[in-house]
Design a protein. Structure first.
Length: 234
């Protein structure tokens, strides 16, 4: 991406878009809280929003100098907890904290060392079942996982971590009764959109691949025959 800064967007004739050079590219991704184990057996909690899932693998992007990155390089167990929109203030209380002592040079002046991030954020740990780091109580979705691959990005500023999900914990109210499906109407993740916190708005529609379609007012019920057709591979 072009790193040149412009005071004003670049406007080009006959092009409906303008060329901009944003400082960040957090274009609306869910917030996750990463629980990892410190060298002394205590636990760190990292708020981050660079995460995406493919199958049972979650790919995480972490600053290379942070405590979470240090921990996952040494110990692969991790819990990925997804907070609800109502928990944004707890997430923001974590934002200026670091588990690194001394504070890394890039973070000095804006961050402070905090060994008890759960307590500082007003969050409570609860035991995991398959990994050592705890889950974050109150988060509607919690994923116990293990890092299977940790590597630097091309610039060396971040770590890219592939974590295999071992167990999924879901609050009952976000699960469609009698199924293994998260209810996309009941579940709204906390979204980090260009450094602002958001929840989801009303549903606009659903993909033809959805396994949980529901008619909206004025719409016909889903065709069960269509829903049973084989789905194409991703």
């Amino acid at each position: 991406m072009n790193s040149t800064n412009h005071d004003e967007p670049l406007i080009r004739p006959h092009d409906p878009h303008v060329v901009i050079t944003p400082n960040i590219l957090y274009f609306g991704t869910p917030v996750v809280l990463l629980s990892t184990e410190n060298d002394d057996g205590t636990f760190n909690l990292t708020p981050m929003s660079s995460a995406w899932a493919l199958g049972s693998t979650v790919v995480l992007g972490l600053g290379a100098e942070g405590q979470g990155a240090h921990n996952l390089t040494a110990r692969p167990d991790v819990v990925i907890s997804l907070p609800s929109p109502e928990q944004w203030r707890a997430v923001e209380r974590l934002a200026p904290l670091t588990g690194r002592d001394p504070v890394p040079a890039r973070k000095r002046g804006a961050f402070r060392f905090e060994p008890d991030k759960f307590g500082a954020a007003g969050l409570r740990p609860e035991p995991s079942e398959l990994v050592r780091p705890p889950r974050v109580a109150g988060c509607p979705l919690q994923l116990e996982a293990r890092a299977t691959r940790v590597r630097p990005d091309t610039a060396g500023r971040f770590l890219i971590i592939e974590a295999e999900v071992l167990r999924v914990h879901a609050a009952p109210h976000i699960v469609i009764p009698g199924t293994q499906h998260v209810d996309p109407i009941a579940w709204s993740p906390l979204i980090y959109n260009f450094r602002h916190y958001h929840g989801l708005g009303p549903e606009l529609g659903h993909s033809f691949r959805s396994e949980t379609p529901r008619p909206r007012p004025g719409e016909p019920a889903p065709d069960a025959g269509d829903a049973s057709r084989p789905r194409p591979a991703p």
